[in-house]
Design a protein around this ligand. Structure first.
Ligand code: ADP
Length: 574
């Protein structure tokens, strides 16, 4: 595109130079023809004047002798000769009485021309006066009846000088004329280009509403216009692309789970995301006005002073929350990118995990210490106690196993929170439950009854079978374990509504005190009395149940009365 423009520009230059050379050629031709015309005009006039002189002289020499016309021509600027036919100079008005000094004039051009019956006229440098001179000669008869040649001559130098001056004047005139024309032409071109550019500018400012543009057949302007248009098209494409990227960037920034802002070292806020507005007021433009928390301002000031990235965790008392503050120094732009992320929950989770790990270690340590102690004691124990010891060791191994199973369950729940709903018959649920708890049911003599109130006649459930089975299994197991001295009577009720199932596990067990009911869903919480009645318990079962119920989109509640029994009711979404 630019090459095209360059090419047409060179073409214009070339055309301009050719036009200029053509004009100069015409001017030179004009000067040559003018000068040659003037020179022939002058020649003719000199010739005519000399011829007139010859005519007068011819009459003179017919009547007068040398002395007489010497008197007349002595002071005249016209030189007059009388030459014999053989070329001997008989008389010379400028060399009177010294004619013998003059060489023979027979070879002079004008004399030779007369011999050949041509006009005797010549212009050349005189050997006598050393000047350019015009000569005119004619054959005449003198008063003695002899044929002589009368020759008159006159200086032609002044005429040549005039011609030279005219030539110079003409050259000067045309040179000046060319310069003037050229500068006018350049100016005109410049103004023309400006005018066209102004039109383009107006057109562009008017966003093309000015109608169609016509630039005649000017290739340079057309090319320029072409470049402008293509450039504009490219710009528009870039703007569209930039807008798209801006939109994506905006979406990314707004979807980031942190308050983000860009500020400069004069504390001016350049950009901030919407989440930032939740943290602080909307319209403040300086972060010093906007950010009220000295903990964050301190870090920002430090970054500006040190021009280095900063990262730290702060507790903001105003909000009673923990934040991770991250400031990146963008050295290319001399700007700072601040991101503030609420990490209270993560921090809480880390704390919970830490407590969980320390609790689980503690829970594992107790049965292990017991096992170790009883194994050592077993070696020297009397036969009677040995069976008792082995029973205790077995109980502790059961406890270890339960802790590990519960721990694995928790890890499994946390790693996958996907609900997998499937169609399952109540019969299958009953069967799987009996299979899982067969030993406990057998040893306790538990009586399990079902109270079903389902919307479909086929006894089908739309549930995440694995999760619901784990929930019911844990609750029924507890109902058996915490039965006290009674034979457990357990009622499982399932009520189906349009959107959910309401499932209840009712027992006639030992029940719980109200202060325990509040805590039983916490991890590792065990009612004191339970420790004695269920030595293998971990205190994790109900926390697993609660978490599974919540994953299924439901809630769990418990109603309990000490010594009477408990009922656990939970809902799950379909
Ligand atoms: P674990 O059974 O391993 O001790 P759980 O989380 O399953 O742990 O139960 C926590 C506590 O709640 C138990 O220690 C027990 O005291 C009490 N509990 C649970 N279910 C019942 C129930 N059906 N009847 C009486 N107490 C119960």
């Amino acid at each position: 595109m630019y090459k095209n423009c360059e090419r047409s520009w060179i073409q214009i230059r070339r055309k301009e130079i050719i036009a200029l050379l053509f004009i100069i050629l015409i001017e030179i031709l004009f000067i040559i023809s003018n000068i040659s015309f003037l020179s022939s005009l002058y020649k003719d006039s000199v010739k005519n004047s000399l011829r007139d002189n010859v005519f007068i002289i011819s009459n003179l020499i017919k009547e007068y002798d040398k002395q007489k016309y010497q008197k007349i021509f002595k002071n005249s600027d016209v030189r007059f000769n009388i030459i014999h036919e053989d070329g001997v100079v008989i008389y010379d008005s400028k060399k009177y009485d010294k004619e013998y000094e003059l060489e023979n004039h027979g070879a002079r051009k004008e004399v030779l021309a007369l011999q050949n019956n041509e006009m005797g006229f010549d212009i050349r440098k005189s050997s006598v006066s050393d000047e350019v001179t015009a000569y005119y000669a004619e054959k005449e008869i003198n008063k003695d009846g002899e044929t002589i040649i009368v020759r008159v001559s006159k200086s032609y130098g002044s005429t040549q000088k005039i011609l030279r001056v005219i030539l110079l004047a003409e050259i000067l005139f045309f040179t000046l004329l060319n310069i003037v024309i050229h500068s006018f032409y350049k100016n005109y071109l410049k103004r023309d280009v400006y005018r066209k550019i102004e039109i383009i500018e107006k057109y562009l400012k008017d966003e093309g509403r000015g109608g169609t543009l016509y630039f005649e057949k000017d290739p340079w302007i057309l090319n320029l216009w072409d470049i402008v248009q293509k450039w504009q098209e490219k710009n528009l494409e870039n703007i569209v692309e930039l807008n798209r990227e801006k939109r994506i960037l905006h979406q990314i920034i707004t979807s980031i789970d942190a308050s983000i802002c860009l500020f400069d070292d004069r504390f001016k806020l350049i950009i901030k995301n919407t989440r930032f507005n939740y943290l602080y007021e909307k319209d403040k433009m300086s972060y010093l006005d906007l950010i009220k928390d000295i903990e964050i301002i301190d870090i920002m000031k430090r970054t500006i002073e040190q021009k280095q990235n900063q990262k730290s965790e702060v507790y903001i008392p105003r909000l009673k929350r923990y934040f991770s503050v991250n400031i990146k120094f963008l050295d290319q732009d001399q700007r700072y990118l601040l991101s503030v992320k609420d990490i209270t929950q993560t921090k809480g989770m880390i704390e919970v995990q830490k407590t969980f790990i320390s609790n689980i270690s503690h829970e594992l340590k107790t049965p292990l210490t017991n096992i170790k102690g009883y194994v050592i004691a077993l070696e020297d124990a009397p036969e009677l106690l040995k069976l008792q010891f082995i029973k205790t060791i077995k109980n502790n191994i059961d406890k270890l196993e339960n802790i590990i199973v519960d721990f694995l369950n928790i890890t499994k729940i946390e790693s996958s929170k996907i609900v997998n709903i499937e169609k399952i018959s109540v019969e299958r649920l009953k069967m799987e439950l009996n299979l899982a708890l067969s030993e406990r049911i057998k040893s306790s003599g538990a009586l399990i009854t079902y109270n079903l109130n389902l919307l479909n006649k086929h006894g089908e459930l739309n549930i995440d079978f694995e999760k619901v089975l784990t929930i019911i299994k844990n609750l029924v197991e507890n109902a058996i374990v915490y039965r006290g001295s009674k034979i457990p009577e357990i009622e499982i009720s399932i009520i189906e509504t349009k959107s959910k199932y309401k499932i209840g596990i009712k027992d006639n067990g030992i029940g719980m005190a109200p202060e325990d009911v509040e805590k039983i869903f916490e991890r590792f919480y065990r009612v004191d009395k339970a420790r004695t009645s269920n030595k293998a318990g971990t205190g994790l079962g109900l926390s697993i149940v609660k978490e599974l119920v919540e994953i299924c989109g439901g809630k769990i509640d418990v109603l309990s009365k000490e010594g009477k029994g408990s009922i656990f009711i939970f809902t799950i979404l379909k």
